[in-house]
Every structure is written in structure tokens, then in C-alpha cells.
Design a protein around this ligand. Structure first.
Ligand SMILES: NC(=O)c1ccc[n+]([C@@H]2O[C@H](COP(=O)([O-])OP(=O)(O)OC[C@H]3O[C@@H](n4cnc5c(N)ncnc54)[C@H](OP(=O)(O)O)[C@@H]3O)[C@@H](O)[C@H]2O)c1
Length: 307
């Protein structure tokens, strides 16, 4: 099979379009012929060795995908060959930048008929992260006010629509060029972080969802009301230490399971969440795709069309 692989850690140029043996389905696994896989920020962080993971080379990046089941491992009885599925690789597993992947069947889901493979791949990890963060971790309620940092990104876009669906008042941050887009998603207030310090204009929030990290994460505590809660997905594997003792600092536990993928499908089918803007690349241009993602000004999602 063809894959975008790396032989060493480094810059985008270490991504090579090459050949690897086809995977085989182990017990409880299916092989999926991947039609589309998305680029997530974690991919270039792993490539650049920001997480200090010890990889076995050649290594294939990529965490979410959509495709068609082409082989069944022992004990798999909930899928048949030919089923259209989408999903996110198990924790500790990657490899979606490839024509095929062997996956634990229990953590993938049927692709909704109304979604193309490109659309399903664009929604998988972003939707999983947003639903775990907004619904399970922050437990956002109707009538509450939430500040979502980095509104134009993939996870935040899903989160904005989900928060509006719940009935929250949504404030978000973005460059001016993205304000019309974010109004279209339903954001009630949009702050241009290039010209305005959000702490000057936002206060008394029930919740914060930070997808930006670093200084933005730490500054976000200031806008919470006493008893408020903040969730962080771009500040490492643990929540940052809060400078205040009257608010909660939370790190969403983004696991892998079929239920959250089915929740994504449900939210899309009822029209609560739409398809993000998709920038398409062929897998052979993975290095160029990483350069775009790493620049951190992409609106929506970058998706490889693989078949
Ligand atoms: N399971 C997990 O824990 C998990 C899963 C997915 C993602 N993540 C993390 O979540 C973060 C976001 O990922 P993503 O893929 O959704 O988005 P992304 O592609 O990393 O974000 C790009 C967006 O960030 C905006 N942005 C950049 N700097 C900003 C700032 N200072 N203030 C406000 N917005 C800013 C840009 O909008 P403008 O052009 O308007 O500036 C751009 O649209 C990443 O760090 C990723 O590693 C974690």
C-alpha cells in the first residue's frame, strides 16, 4: 500500500510518499481501505518530536479516517466487508496517512450515509474532542456563557455549533478574516485577538474552552466567574495550574469509543453541526499539508483524499 511515512523526526520535509506492506486484521480488528484521512495538529507535533514519543520507523502518522471495511479479523461480527466506516485510531496508535489500516472494530462506527468520506474524516477527531470537552467535561448548560478560544480551528468550529445547539451564549476569538465565517456558525460575539485583549471585553463566563494554548490558556482564567470551569486541549496532557482557587481547570479525557462517533453522526443528522470548510490535499503532498497546518491559520480542516 501507499503511505505518507517518516523515517525520522524533523520538519515537514521528512514526510515521504512510499510503499509499506498491507496490514492484516488481528483478532477483534478490521482492515479499512482508507478513502480520506485528516491532518490534526497532533500529527506535526509527533513528526517534530514535541511529545518525546519513541517511534519505530518507518512510522505512519494520522489519527482519523473514513473508508470501507476490506477484511475482518477473528471475532468481529458487527461489521461486514464493504461497510462504510469512520473513526479515530486507538490511543497510542496512528497510521491513517495510508491506503489501509488495521483497526480495533469496537472503536469505529458506521459512516452516516449523508456524509462523504472526506466529510466524515474531517469530523472524526474534531467532533470527538469537541463533544468530550463541551458535553462530558464542561457539562455546558443552556443559558450559560462560554468563551471558545481559537474559533476558526477544526475543534473550535464544532464546539461553537455544539454550544449554540445546547443553548449557550458563545463568545469566540479569531482574526478579522474569519469573523463572517464564525457568525455563520452562530457565534454571538467575536473578538479579533490581533487588535483587542479579550480580557478587556470578556468577563463573568461560566466556561472557557481553550484550543490555542500557551499564554492564551493562562490568560483565559481571568474571564471566569467564581465557580467557573475551563477546559484545555492545547496545553499538554494535563490541565494548566489555575492561578485562581475559585475556578476549575480541566483536561478533557479524549478517549476512543463508538458512542462518541455516533453522537457526532447524530449531531450532524439533526443539523446541529455542519461540515467544516475542507482544504483538500493528495496524500503524496503530505509535507505541504503539514506546512499549512503548522502555520496555525487554517480555517476548518485539512483532509487527504486517498482514493
Ligand atoms: N484529543 C485532544 O486532546 C486534541 C484533539 C484535537 C486537537 N487538539 C489540540 O487542539 C488545538 C487546536 O487544534 P485544531 O486542529 O482544532 O485547530 P488548529 O488548526 O490548530 O487551529 C487553527 C486556528 O487557530 C486560530 N488561532 C491561532 N492563534 C490564535 C490565537 N492566538 N487566538 C485565537 N485563535 C488563534 C487560527 O485562526 P485565525 O486565522 O483566525 O487566527 C486558526 O484558524 C491543537 O493544539 C491540537 O493539538 C487536541
Amino acid at each position: 500500500m501507499k503511505a505518507a511515512l517518516i523515517e525520522k523526526n524533523g520538519g515537514p520535509e521528512v514526510l515521504i510518499y512510499g510503499d509499506l506492506p498491507d496490514p492484516v486484521a488481528g483478532p477483534g480488528q478490521v482492515v479499512v481501505d482508507i478513502h480520506a484521512a485528516s491532518v490534526n495538529a497532533a500529527d506535526w507535533k509527533v513528526r517534530a518530536d514535541e511529545y518525546g514519543s519513541s517511534l519505530e520507523f518507518p512510522y505512519v502518522l494520522g489519527r482519523d479516517f473514513s473508508g470501507i471495511v476490506s477484511a475482518l479479523g477473528e471475532g468481529v461480527d458487527d461489521f461486514a466487508i464493504g461497510d462504510e466506516v469512520f473513526g479515530v485510531c486507538d490511543v497510542g496508535q496512528e497510521g491513517a496517512y495510508a491506503e489501509k489500516i488495521a483497526m480495533k472494530a469496537a472503536i469505529i462506527a458506521r459512516k452516516p450515509d449523508g456524509l462523504s468520506h472526506m466529510e466524515a474524516a474531517a469530523l472524526a477527531l474534531t467532533g470527538l474532542t469537541a463533544t468530550v470537552s463541551i458535553e462530558d467535561t464542561l457539562k455546558l448548560q443552556s443559558g450559560e456563557t462560554i468563551l471558545i478560544q481559537g474559533g476558526a480551528g477544526g475543534v473550535a468550529g464544532f464546539a461553537i455549533e455544539l454550544a449554540k445547539h445546547i443553548g449557550a451564549h458563545v463568545i469566540t476569538t479569531a482574526s478579522a478574516a474569519n469573523h463572517d465565517y464564525l457568525r455563520g456558525l452562530g457565534a454571538d460575539e467575536i473578538i479579533d485577538y490581533n487588535t483587542q485583549d479579550f480580557r478587556q471585553v470578556v468577563s463573568n463566563c461560566d466556561a472557557v474552552f481553550d484550543t490555542v494554548g500557551d499564554d492564551v490558556a493562562m490568560q483565559s482564567f481571568a474571564v471566569l466567574k467564581p465557580g467557573g470551569r475551563a477546559a484545555f486541549i492545547a496545553s499538554g496532557f494535563t490541565a494548566p495550574e489555575s492561578p485562581r482557587d475559585d475556578v476549575q481547570s480541566l483536561r478533557p479525557a479524549v478517549g476512543r469509543d463508538r458512542e462518541h462517533l455516533e453522537r457526532i453522526a447524530e449531531l450532524v443528522s439533526i443539523g446541529a453541526v455542519g461540515i467544516p470548510p475542507i482544504t483538500e490535499y493528495p496524500l503524496s503532498e503530505a509535507a505541504a499539508a503539514h506546512q499549512v497546518s503548522e502555520a496555525r491559520h487554517l480555517r476548518g480542516k485539512l483532509v487527504f483524499r486517498i482514493r
